[in-house]
Design a protein around this ligand. Sequence first.
Ligand code: AMP
Length: 194
Amino acid sequence: MRVIFLGPPGAGKGTQAKRIMDACAIPQLSTGDMLRSAVAAKTAVGVRAKEVMDSGALVSDDIVNQIVSDRIDMDDCKSGFILDGFPRTVPQAEALTNILREKGLDLTAVIELRVDEDALVERMRSRVAETIANGGVVRSDDNPEAFRTRLHEYREKTAPLSEYYAKTGELKTVDGMADMDAVTASIRKVLRLD
Ligand code: AMP
């Protein structure tokens, strides 16, 4: 099974992707997590990406396309994977189509979590409070200014992907405002996991 999760920052993509990953025993490929690891390890990509990520802007398509293409070649992706946070621009979606075609793979579904944008800033604040309460490290882009930029980037560059995947017939929309278990149930239904 090969699935893409689409939705704005704070829509719950990461949480839902983890649940489906556990249910299907396939990895969650989060470009955000991969880039944060590169930043922490101070790799060449990490050094280039850090400032852009901290501002809430998007890292260049070339960097993320390569990271994803390399990651899909790894053994644990043989039975499938969940893409969380990629693609985020139309050129990335086009690159992914080519990457999958070259590898002889296809997509099972593109799941869009539709959420009310007014709720997103509040969700980000709750995530920060929860992380602090659990003694975790708050993401450097989970602050009001970077979050505004992340939302802007989403509206400008990522939202058009709904239309892109509607045209390919792969888009499935799920109500992301329902409680977490109900959202998981809707996704399971779309993926025919029950
Ligand atoms: P995320 O964890 O998905 O919210 O991503 C955190 C940050 O990583 C984003 O704000 C971007 O700076 C960068 N990033 C993650 N995925 C991508 C992507 N597909 N394209 C460009 N930048 C990305």
